[in-house]
Design a protein around this ligand. Structure first.
Ligand code: NAP
Length: 283
C-alpha cells in the first residue's frame, strides 16, 4: 500500500518556517504585503481567496483583497494592477483565475511588474524559468516539487511524466522537473496511448482536471503519484471534490501518492506566502 503524502501536514510545517522568516524580515523594517485580486464572482475563487487571506494573516504577512462583481470591466483591473505596481507597500500581486470569459488573461498577467509577480506567470518570469535563470517559480508546480522531495532524496535521472500542459501548472512543472535533472515527458489531450506512456513514469503528475481519470492501468509499480486535479462531482445527490486519480486502486500499486483534498492544494497557498517573502526581500 502506498504512503500517503500528507500535503496538509507538510504545508503546516513549511508555513511555520515561513512565519519565522516573516518575523525576521519585519525586524528589518519590511512589512511583506500581498494584493489579492478577485475579478468576478466565481464561487471557488471566493473560497481560494479567503484561504489565501487567512494563511497570510496566520504567518504574519499583510494582505488586501480587491473584490469585483461580475460586471467588472477589464480596464478596471488593468488600472488596479498599474496602481499596485507603483505602490511601494505592495510586494506581491496575485490575479486569481478564472477571470471573466471576455478578459485577456495573458495581457492582464503581463501588466503585473515581474518583481511583484507572485505566481511567476508573466512572460518574463516564465522565460527565466525556461532558460534556467533565477526568478519567481509558479506556486503549484513549486508545491509539487516540494512534495516530491519529501519522498525522494534525489529525483535526478527519474522519468517524470506530467499530464496537462497549461501555463499555470503543466508547462512550468515540466520545466522545474527538467531543471532538477529528471527526464521529462509532457502529455496533453492530443497525446496517444496515455496509459502506456504513464506506465514508464517513476513520477506521475496529473494536472488535467478530469475526475478520476487515472486508474491503475496508468501506474508503474512503485511510482510516486501526485494528483493536482481538483474536480467537483455529484455523488448520491451531494457534491464532492475529487482529484484526477482513482486514489484507492492507484494506492495499491504506487509507492507514494497525494490525496485530494489535503495534497497539492495546501502547498500552493504556502508557496504563495513563500514567494511573497522572497519578493519583499528583493524589492
Ligand atoms: P487547464 O488549463 O484546463 O489545462 C488542462 C490540461 O490538461 C491541458 O493541457 C489539456 O490538454 C490537458 N488535458 C485535458 N484532458 C486531457 C486528457 N483527456 N488527456 C490528456 N490531457 C488532457 O487546467 P489547469 O489550470 O492546468 O488545471 C488542471 C487541474 O488542476 C484542474 O483540476 C485544476 O482545478 C487543478 N489545479 C489545482 C491546483 C491546486 O493547487 N491543487 C492549482 C491549479 C490547478 P490541451 O492543452 O491539449 O487542451
Amino acid at each position: 500500500m502506498a504512503k500517503t503524502i500528507n500535503g496538509r501536514e507538510i504545508a503546516d510545517e513549511f508555513c511555520a518556517h515561513i512565519k519565522e522568516r516573516t518575523a525576521e524580515i519585519k525586524e528589518r523594517g519590511i512589512e511583506p504585503h500581498i494584493a489579492l485580486i478577485n475579478a468576478g464572482e466565481d464561487p471557488a475563487s471566493e473560497i481560494y481567496i479567503s484561504k489565501k487571506e487567512k494563511l497570510a494573516t496566520s504567518v504574519g504577512i499583510s494582505s488586501t483583497v480587491y473584490k469585483f462583481n461580475n460586471y467588472v470591466k477589464e480596464n478596471e483591473i488593468s488600472d488596479l494592477i498599474n496602481k499596485l505596481n507603483n505602490d511601494k507597500k505592495v510586494h506581491a500581486i496575485l490575479l486569481q483565475s478564472p477571470l471573466p470569459k471576455s478578459f485577456q488573461f495573458r495581457k492582464l498577467i503581463n501588466l503585473i511588474h515581474p518583481d511583484k509577480d507572485v505566481d511567476g506567470l508573466t512572460t518574463l518570469n516564465q522565460g527565466r524559468l525556461f532558460s534556467g535563470e533565477p526568478g519567481v517559480a509558479p506556486c503549484t508546480p513549486s508545491g509539487v516539487l516540494h512534495l516530491l522531495r519529501t519522498v525522494h532524496d534525489n529525483i535526478a535521472g527519474l522519468h517524470a511524466v506530467v499530464l496537462g500542459r497549461s501555463s499555470i501548472v503543466g508547462r512550468p512543472l515540466a520545466q522545474l522537473l527538467l531543471n532538477s535533472n529528471c527526464t521529462v515527458t509532457l502529455l496533453h489531450s492530443y497525446s496517444k496511448d496515455l496509459p502506456a506512456i504513464c506506465r514508464t513514469a517513476d513520477i506521475l503528475v496529473s494536472a488535467i482536471g478530469k475526475p478520476l481519470f487515472i486508474g491503475k492501468e496508468f501506474i508503474k509499480p512503485g511510482a510516486t503519484v501526485i494528483d493536482v486535479g481538483v474536480n467537483k462531482i455529484e455523488k448520491n445527490g451531494s457534491k464532492k471534490i475529487v482529484g484526477d486519480v482513482k486514489f484507492d486502486e492507484v494506492a495499491e500499486i504506487a509507492a507514494a501518492i497525494t490525496p485530494v483534498p489535503h495534497g497539492v492544494g495546501p502547498m500552493t497557498v504556502a508557496y504563495l506566502m513563500h514567494n511573497t517573502l522572497n519578493l519583499a526581500c528583493c524589492y
